[in-house]
Design a protein around this ligand. Sequence first.
Ligand code: SF4
Length: 189
Amino acid sequence: MGVKRWVGAWPVYRQLTGADRLGRGRAVQSRRSAGLGPRTADADRVADSVCPYCAVGCAQRVYVKDERVVQIEGNPDSPVSRGRLCPKGSASKQLVTGPQRERKVRYRPPYATEWQDLDLDVAMEMVADRVLDARRRGWQDTDASGRPLRRTLGFAGLGGATLDNEENYLIKKLFTALGAIQIENQARI
Ligand code: SF4
């Protein structure tokens, strides 16, 4: 390799002598990085979504290729976040594609030491049965003086910080309609 070509391979030389004085473009590209392209460029489709991590509810664009999520970025159309994601939201692709993500319903029966797989429909029925049973067992129709209460102390609602306004609104409505009076959010505790 000639001296001129050798020196010309230095990014700092190209930065000082070329048009890319800030070293953000061609001056700092290697042969390998010059051939790279963004994962978003060849996605099959883009789905709109919302970051699941906190109640800010930043909007996301989910890039899908071959039915797999290949990238998640902020959606500039959102009036809430205007295309931005914090570091946690920027890493939410890991949440979707990470190898430790559970993809089946897991159930550990009372006193069992091992988890087992459960069919989703069966699990939903079990949750509904437990809600109805707890509601019935904790039901208070009247107080000691016969005044109407029509409430249950059988369960409580505890919202989490990953729930957004709309989810909290619906959960509050559901639990109130079921007769619960103990409805809280983790953010207030
Ligand atoms: S975790 Fe970050 S990106 Fe996600 S909604 Fe909250 S602020 Fe937005």
